[in-house]
Design a protein around this ligand. Structure first.
Ligand SMILES: Nc1nc2c(ncn2[C@@H]2O[C@H](COP(=O)(O)OP(=O)(O)OP(=O)(O)O)[C@@H](O)[C@H]2O)c(=O)[nH]1
Ligand SMILES: *[C@@H]1O[C@H](CO)[C@@H](O)[C@H](O)[C@H]1NC(C)=O
Ligand SMILES: [Mg+2]
Length: 553
């Protein structure tokens, strides 16, 4: 056997090399070895920096205006832990499970998610896993999954009557509706199973005995990754801070998947007499705020800043004055159009085209939703009479097949409708990725601790391969406002906070200390104020429309 191997190797050996070639080959090999060592040392160094917790804030970064660099904390919501703590492995646990819906065929991706969550969190906390499937899990699935955790695993079957659409729906109509969404190229629109999955996660999920047996659930999906160590118990912290729903990523929904979800919701709110709370502004965009005699001139400008709005008022008032002058000179208008800094208003339109109207009572869905493939939430929130009535209402509406309503926008609209702002939580410190999108926070400067595995298979040596440096990079450990614990982000990671920031920006705004519910814009009042300023400007010798009077005291 060995001899044969030896023989084969000899046959493979190089032809005779000239001495020059030998030298070149030697040089090449030593180059490879040296660069290997260099990269390795840098890697170990960067790792050591984390472990020693010697990261120092670097204030030269102050100019960086990216969302990811901002402090998003407020009095009502902030990370439960900035940086690391020593996991309290003996503390009492919450009444909670980690829950994943999966098919037998997804085993590999299921394991990926499990390994990642076990490594970054559950090795210290040992929360039980629950797996759900609309078919029976096979032996291989059950055995393999159990080998990847020290915690208990339970396997549940979703019965056909809970998984399938109501048999009273005309099957022809159902088929046609779903197929037509494929024709219109709505992402996943023509996959019946996808519609069923969304419907399941919207309502039946919470009623499953293996979910409702717990006060809390952490939803996990196959093929997700965690980047930071979660060294505290998120359920216990949620409880302590009276939170009911937590997320890691908030992005905008594809409009065409939910064209009538919001108006259906508004119907439900009216029918059931729901009093929406302070969280409603997270999803509801309000229109019709402009009031006053000349309100019609400003309907499309509700969104512009206060100072731009005043520019508009000033322009209109100037125009009105010029046009009402008994002997107006051509010059009056010329000054106004050529020299005035408010001239650009003529060229620029602040009004966004409103092509898709889902408006109802002057409100519109802003399409923001919490990505529901990660959720840490109270089960009873979704088992409440109000939520279940909402689900039944949506079910009767038919949007789960007529359109492609996702469980993410439904959960998001529901928590915004039923909760107050204080009850929502952004797990900004949890680095997370599914498919192409994700979040990986900066590490908290000076608040890192050495990593200590709870089981040998998670010891750092196991993960010390030279190649891991090409897959991971530690995010800027000196960045301002970092919150993460030992985060290692994929090389080239683009954070959704920086690259798809509309919704998280809006969330941070609604949660901020100085957030106020949007008040009406009273044009009469603004006109009076601006008119006074124009009068004063003219008295000082100014010409109508010549300068913006904004900076006049
Ligand atoms: N058991 C079972 N699970 C399903 C079925 N359809 C979806 N799922 C589960 O639900 C998860 C989400 O479905 P996906 O099709 O991945 O939907 P998604 O995450 O919105 O889409 P991607 O971004 O493409 O991953 C899957 O990973 C499965 O675990 C199904 O028919 N049966
Ligand atoms: C966990 O919570 C569920 C649902 O609220 C409850 O029925 C159950 O008794 C609780 N279990 C324990 C051990 O407290
Ligand atoms: Mg998926």
């Amino acid at each position: 056997m060995l001899q044969r191997l030896h023989y084969r190797l000899r046959r493979l050996s190089f032809p005779r090399l000239t001495s020059l070639r030998r030298v070149l080959l030697l040089l090449f090999i030593s180059l490879v070895v040296i660069s290997y060592l260099l990269v390795h040392i840098t890697y170990i160094r960067s790792r050591k920096n984390f472990d020693d917790g010697i990261d120092k804030p670097d204030f030269k970064n102050k100019a960086d205006k990216r969302m990811g660099m901002k402090d998003l904390s407020s009095k009502i919501d902030f990370p439960f832990q900035v940086g690391c703590r020593v996991p309290d492995v003996d503390a009492p646990r919450a009444n909670a499970s980690l829950v994943m819906l999966a098919r037998n065929s997804e085993l590999e991706d299921v394991i990926k998610s499990m390994d990642s969550l076990e490594r970054h969190f559950n090795q210290w906390f040992n929360y039980p896993w629950v797996f759900l499937n609309d078919e029976a899990f096979d032996e291989v699935f059950i055995e393999t999954v159990q080998r990847h955790t020290h915690a208990k695993c339970d396997f549940g079957r979703v019965s056909p009557d809970k998984w399938n659409f109501n048999p009273d729906i005309d099957p022809e109509f159902l088929k046609e509706s779903i197929e037509s969404q494929g024709d219109r190229k709505i992402m996943y629109g023509n996959m019946e199973s996808y519609h069923k999955m969304c419907r399941f996660y919207s309502g039946e999920f919470f009623k499953h005995p293996l979910v409702r047996r717990n006060e809390w659930y952490w939803r996990v999906e196959p093929d997700v990754q965690f980047f930071c160590d979660i060294t505290y118990d998120p359920f216990i912290e949620m409880e302590k801070h009276k939170k009911k729903y937590g997320f890691t990523v908030a992005i905008t929904e594809i409009f065409y998947s939910v064209p009538s979800l919001f108006s259906a919701t508004k119907n439900f709110i009216q029918e059931r007499g729901i009093q929406v709370g302070t969280a409603w502004e997270l999803v509801a965009k309000k229109y019709g705020r402009v009031i006053g005699e000349h309100a019609h001139e400003y309907r499309d400008y509700e969104e512009v800043s206060k100072s731009k709005f005043e520019d508009l008022v000033e322009r209109n008032l100037n125009l009105r004055r010029i046009l009402s002058k008994p002997n107006k000179a051509d010059n009056d208008l010329r000054v106004f159009t050529e020299a005035s800094p408010v001239r650009d208003i003529f060229e620029e339109s602040y009004a966004k085209p409103n092509l898709f109207h889902d408006k109802f009572d002057d409100e519109e869905y802003n399409l923001c939703h919490f990505w529901s493939n990660f959720e840490i939430a109270r089960t009873d929130l979704f088992l409440s009479d109000d939520y279940q009535a909402y689900f039944d209402f949506l079910e009767n509406d038919g949007g789960f097949y007529r359109e492609r309503w996702g469980d993410a926008p439904i959960h998001s609209i529901a928590v915004s409708m039923l909760l107050s702002r204080e009850e929502l939580h952004y797990f900004r410190d949890i680095g997370y990725k599914h498919t192409t999108m994700g979040h990986c926070p900066n590490n908290a400067p000076g608040k890192q601790l050495p990593y200590k595995a709870a089981y040998p298979e998670f010891s750092p040596q196991k993960d010390n391969s030279i190649f891991s440096i090409f897959k991971k990079s530690s995010p800027d450990a000196t960045a301002r406002n970092g919150v993460g614990c030992r985060c290692e982000c994929p090389v080239g990671h683009k954070d959704y906070e920086d690259f798809s920031s509309t919704c998280i920006k809006h969330f941070a705004y609604v949660m901020s200390d100085d957030f106020k519910e949007q008040k009406p814009i009273d044009v009469d009042k603004i006109e009076n104020k601006v008119n006074e300023k124009i009068d004063r400007y003219l008295k000082l010798g100014g010409k109508l429309g010549e300068h913006s009077i904004k900076n006049l005291q």
